[in-house]
Design a protein around this ligand. Structure first.
Ligand SMILES: C[S@@+](CC[C@H](N)C(=O)[O-])C[C@H]1O[C@@H](n2cnc3c(N)ncnc32)[C@H](O)[C@@H]1O
Length: 225
Protein backbone atom coordinates (compact mmCIF):
# COMPACT_ATOMS: atom_id res chain seq x y z
CA UNK A 1 0.00 0.00 0.00
CA UNK A 2 1.41 3.44 -0.95
CA UNK A 3 0.77 6.20 1.54
CA UNK A 4 1.22 9.96 1.19
CA UNK A 5 1.14 12.72 3.81
CA UNK A 6 -0.44 15.79 2.27
CA UNK A 7 -1.76 19.18 3.36
CA UNK A 8 -5.34 19.86 2.38
CA UNK A 9 -7.45 22.87 3.27
CA UNK A 10 -8.55 20.85 6.33
CA UNK A 11 -5.00 20.24 7.55
CA UNK A 12 -2.54 17.35 7.41
CA UNK A 13 -3.88 14.08 6.03
CA UNK A 14 -2.48 10.62 5.42
CA UNK A 15 -3.88 9.20 2.20
CA UNK A 16 -3.60 5.93 0.40
CA UNK A 17 -2.08 7.27 -2.81
CA UNK A 18 -3.00 4.54 -5.27
CA UNK A 19 -5.78 2.34 -3.88
CA UNK A 20 -6.12 -1.02 -5.64
CA UNK A 21 -9.06 -1.61 -8.02
CA UNK A 22 -10.09 2.05 -8.23
CA UNK A 23 -11.36 2.01 -4.61
CA UNK A 24 -11.93 5.34 -2.85
CA UNK A 25 -8.95 6.84 -1.02
CA UNK A 26 -8.74 5.86 2.64
CA UNK A 27 -7.60 8.77 4.76
CA UNK A 28 -6.47 9.54 8.29
CA UNK A 29 -6.94 13.00 9.68
CA UNK A 30 -7.14 14.24 13.27
CA UNK A 31 -10.15 16.48 13.79
CA UNK A 32 -11.03 17.11 17.43
CA UNK A 33 -13.96 19.18 16.24
CA UNK A 34 -15.59 16.36 14.27
CA UNK A 35 -19.34 15.88 14.66
CA UNK A 36 -18.64 12.37 15.98
CA UNK A 37 -16.39 13.56 18.81
CA UNK A 38 -18.69 16.47 19.68
CA UNK A 39 -21.61 14.00 19.86
CA UNK A 40 -19.57 11.73 22.11
CA UNK A 41 -18.73 14.63 24.42
CA UNK A 42 -22.40 15.59 24.73
CA UNK A 43 -23.94 12.12 24.95
CA UNK A 44 -21.10 9.81 26.02
CA UNK A 45 -22.02 9.71 29.69
CA UNK A 46 -19.53 12.25 31.09
CA UNK A 47 -17.70 11.08 34.20
CA UNK A 48 -20.00 8.03 34.47
CA UNK A 49 -18.87 6.49 31.16
CA UNK A 50 -16.80 3.28 31.51
CA UNK A 51 -13.63 4.96 30.17
CA UNK A 52 -13.84 7.73 32.79
CA UNK A 53 -14.48 5.28 35.64
CA UNK A 54 -11.63 3.04 34.43
CA UNK A 55 -9.03 5.83 34.55
CA UNK A 56 -10.11 6.88 38.05
CA UNK A 57 -12.17 10.02 37.43
CA UNK A 58 -14.49 10.70 40.37
CA UNK A 59 -16.46 13.73 41.48
CA UNK A 60 -13.75 16.15 42.65
CA UNK A 61 -10.87 14.03 41.34
CA UNK A 62 -9.26 14.37 37.91
CA UNK A 63 -6.12 12.22 37.74
CA UNK A 64 -3.14 13.29 35.68
CA UNK A 65 -2.90 10.89 32.76
CA UNK A 66 -0.16 9.59 30.49
CA UNK A 67 -1.83 8.15 27.40
CA UNK A 68 1.13 6.03 26.34
CA UNK A 69 -0.45 4.70 23.12
CA UNK A 70 -1.97 7.95 21.83
CA UNK A 71 -2.82 6.86 18.24
CA UNK A 72 -5.27 9.42 16.84
CA UNK A 73 -5.72 10.98 20.29
CA UNK A 74 -9.42 10.24 20.63
CA UNK A 75 -9.26 8.73 24.12
CA UNK A 76 -6.73 11.38 25.21
CA UNK A 77 -9.02 14.13 23.99
CA UNK A 78 -11.94 12.66 26.00
CA UNK A 79 -9.75 12.61 29.16
CA UNK A 80 -8.81 16.27 28.64
CA UNK A 81 -12.41 17.27 27.87
CA UNK A 82 -13.41 15.66 31.19
CA UNK A 83 -10.87 17.88 32.97
CA UNK A 84 -7.70 15.76 33.20
CA UNK A 85 -4.19 16.97 32.40
CA UNK A 86 -3.03 14.58 29.67
CA UNK A 87 0.39 13.69 28.25
CA UNK A 88 0.03 11.96 24.88
CA UNK A 89 2.86 9.65 23.78
CA UNK A 90 2.96 8.23 20.25
CA UNK A 91 5.91 6.45 18.67
CA UNK A 92 4.84 6.56 15.02
CA UNK A 93 6.25 9.86 13.68
CA UNK A 94 3.49 9.97 11.06
CA UNK A 95 0.67 9.56 13.60
CA UNK A 96 2.43 12.06 15.89
CA UNK A 97 2.52 14.57 13.00
CA UNK A 98 -1.22 14.09 12.39
CA UNK A 99 -1.87 14.50 16.12
CA UNK A 100 0.28 17.61 16.33
CA UNK A 101 -1.63 19.12 13.41
CA UNK A 102 -4.99 18.32 15.06
CA UNK A 103 -3.80 19.82 18.36
CA UNK A 104 -2.63 23.04 16.73
CA UNK A 105 -6.06 23.52 15.12
CA UNK A 106 -7.71 22.78 18.49
CA UNK A 107 -5.54 25.50 20.10
CA UNK A 108 -6.84 28.05 17.62
CA UNK A 109 -10.47 27.17 18.34
CA UNK A 110 -11.61 29.63 21.06
CA UNK A 111 -14.34 27.20 22.22
CA UNK A 112 -11.81 24.45 22.97
CA UNK A 113 -8.75 26.34 24.16
CA UNK A 114 -9.21 25.09 27.75
CA UNK A 115 -9.19 21.47 26.53
CA UNK A 116 -6.14 22.03 24.33
CA UNK A 117 -4.24 23.54 27.25
CA UNK A 118 -4.62 20.25 29.11
CA UNK A 119 -3.05 18.23 26.26
CA UNK A 120 0.65 17.87 25.48
CA UNK A 121 2.28 15.56 22.93
CA UNK A 122 5.57 13.66 22.93
CA UNK A 123 6.76 11.66 19.94
CA UNK A 124 8.77 8.60 20.92
CA UNK A 125 8.62 5.21 22.57
CA UNK A 126 6.68 5.25 25.82
CA UNK A 127 8.98 2.52 27.15
CA UNK A 128 11.64 5.27 27.32
CA UNK A 129 9.57 8.42 27.71
CA UNK A 130 7.34 7.35 30.62
CA UNK A 131 10.36 7.44 32.94
CA UNK A 132 11.44 10.88 31.71
CA UNK A 133 8.23 12.82 32.41
CA UNK A 134 8.74 15.75 34.81
CA UNK A 135 6.09 14.28 37.15
CA UNK A 136 4.85 10.75 37.52
CA UNK A 137 1.32 10.44 36.17
CA UNK A 138 -1.43 9.23 38.48
CA UNK A 139 -2.89 7.05 35.72
CA UNK A 140 -1.21 5.46 32.72
CA UNK A 141 -3.58 4.44 29.94
CA UNK A 142 -2.66 1.80 27.35
CA UNK A 143 -4.66 0.95 24.24
CA UNK A 144 -2.29 -1.20 22.16
CA UNK A 145 -3.28 -2.40 18.69
CA UNK A 146 -5.84 -5.22 18.84
CA UNK A 147 -4.90 -8.52 17.20
CA UNK A 148 -5.90 -8.28 13.51
CA UNK A 149 -9.13 -10.29 13.72
CA UNK A 150 -10.61 -8.31 16.62
CA UNK A 151 -13.20 -5.60 16.15
CA UNK A 152 -11.72 -2.19 17.06
CA UNK A 153 -13.42 1.13 17.85
CA UNK A 154 -12.04 2.96 14.80
CA UNK A 155 -13.64 2.32 11.42
CA UNK A 156 -12.16 -0.39 9.17
CA UNK A 157 -10.41 1.95 6.72
CA UNK A 158 -8.77 3.97 9.50
CA UNK A 159 -7.65 0.79 11.24
CA UNK A 160 -6.19 -0.61 7.98
CA UNK A 161 -4.11 2.54 7.51
CA UNK A 162 -2.93 2.60 11.13
CA UNK A 163 -2.01 -1.09 10.95
CA UNK A 164 -0.02 -0.46 7.75
CA UNK A 165 1.89 2.29 9.57
CA UNK A 166 2.51 0.75 12.98
CA UNK A 167 1.93 -3.03 12.60
CA UNK A 168 1.22 -4.96 15.80
CA UNK A 169 2.28 -3.77 19.24
CA UNK A 170 4.17 -6.93 20.19
CA UNK A 171 5.87 -5.17 23.12
CA UNK A 172 2.61 -4.18 24.82
CA UNK A 173 3.32 -6.57 27.73
CA UNK A 174 6.67 -4.84 28.39
CA UNK A 175 4.91 -1.48 28.25
CA UNK A 176 2.43 -2.66 30.90
CA UNK A 177 5.27 -3.88 33.14
CA UNK A 178 7.04 -0.51 32.75
CA UNK A 179 3.84 1.46 33.36
CA UNK A 180 3.20 -0.47 36.58
CA UNK A 181 6.53 0.81 37.98
CA UNK A 182 5.75 4.45 37.13
CA UNK A 183 2.04 5.20 37.65
CA UNK A 184 1.14 6.54 41.09
CA UNK A 185 -2.47 5.30 41.21
CA UNK A 186 -3.37 2.93 38.39
CA UNK A 187 -2.67 1.53 34.95
CA UNK A 188 -5.56 0.84 32.59
CA UNK A 189 -5.33 -1.45 29.56
CA UNK A 190 -8.01 -1.59 26.87
CA UNK A 191 -8.46 -5.15 25.59
CA UNK A 192 -10.76 -6.96 23.16
CA UNK A 193 -13.70 -8.49 25.03
CA UNK A 194 -12.50 -12.09 24.99
CA UNK A 195 -8.73 -11.60 24.83
CA UNK A 196 -6.52 -12.78 27.67
CA UNK A 197 -4.71 -10.37 29.94
CA UNK A 198 -1.55 -8.75 28.55
CA UNK A 199 0.83 -10.33 31.06
CA UNK A 200 0.72 -12.76 33.98
CA UNK A 201 0.06 -9.85 36.38
CA UNK A 202 -3.63 -10.01 37.29
CA UNK A 203 -5.65 -6.80 37.07
CA UNK A 204 -7.41 -5.58 40.22
CA UNK A 205 -10.70 -5.51 38.34
CA UNK A 206 -12.12 -5.09 34.84
CA UNK A 207 -14.86 -2.91 33.39
CA UNK A 208 -16.74 -4.69 30.62
CA UNK A 209 -18.33 -3.20 27.52
CA UNK A 210 -20.02 -4.70 24.46
CA UNK A 211 -16.89 -5.46 22.40
CA UNK A 212 -14.04 -4.62 24.75
CA UNK A 213 -13.05 -4.19 28.37
CA UNK A 214 -10.73 -2.13 30.54
CA UNK A 215 -8.33 -4.06 32.78
CA UNK A 216 -7.56 -1.87 35.78
CA UNK A 217 -4.35 -2.37 37.77
CA UNK A 218 -4.45 -0.44 41.04
CA UNK A 219 -1.04 0.51 42.43
CA UNK A 220 -1.19 -0.65 46.01
CA UNK A 221 2.41 0.10 46.97
CA UNK A 222 1.93 3.75 45.81
CA UNK A 223 5.19 3.30 43.78
CA UNK A 224 7.04 5.50 46.26
CA UNK A 225 4.99 8.56 45.20
C1 LIG B 1 -4.93 1.34 18.85
S1 LIG B 1 -3.91 2.73 18.69
C2 LIG B 1 -4.46 3.77 20.00
C3 LIG B 1 -5.73 4.51 19.69
C4 LIG B 1 -6.00 5.63 20.66
N1 LIG B 1 -6.38 5.12 21.96
C5 LIG B 1 -7.03 6.60 20.14
O1 LIG B 1 -7.99 6.93 20.90
O2 LIG B 1 -6.89 7.09 19.02
C6 LIG B 1 -2.36 2.19 19.35
C7 LIG B 1 -1.25 3.22 19.17
O3 LIG B 1 -0.27 3.03 20.18
C8 LIG B 1 0.99 3.33 19.66
N2 LIG B 1 1.99 2.66 20.52
C9 LIG B 1 2.06 1.34 20.82
N3 LIG B 1 3.10 1.09 21.65
C10 LIG B 1 3.69 2.28 21.88
C11 LIG B 1 4.83 2.68 22.64
N4 LIG B 1 5.57 1.77 23.30
N5 LIG B 1 5.16 3.98 22.68
C12 LIG B 1 4.42 4.89 22.01
N6 LIG B 1 3.35 4.58 21.23
C13 LIG B 1 2.99 3.29 21.17
C14 LIG B 1 0.93 2.76 18.24
O4 LIG B 1 1.92 3.36 17.42
C15 LIG B 1 -0.49 3.13 17.85
O5 LIG B 1 -0.53 4.37 17.21
Amino acid sequence: MELALIYTCQGLELQESAPAGGKTHSRLHVDFNSAQLRYRLRHGGGIRQPLARAIGIKPGHRPTIADATAGLGIDGFIFAALGCQVTLIERSPVLAALLSDGLSRLRHDPQSSDISQRLSLHCGNALDLLGQLPERPETIYLDPMYPKQEKAALNKQEMRLIRTLVGDDHDAGHLLDRALTIACERVVVKRPKRAGELTSTRPSHAIHMKNSRYDVYLIRSSNGA
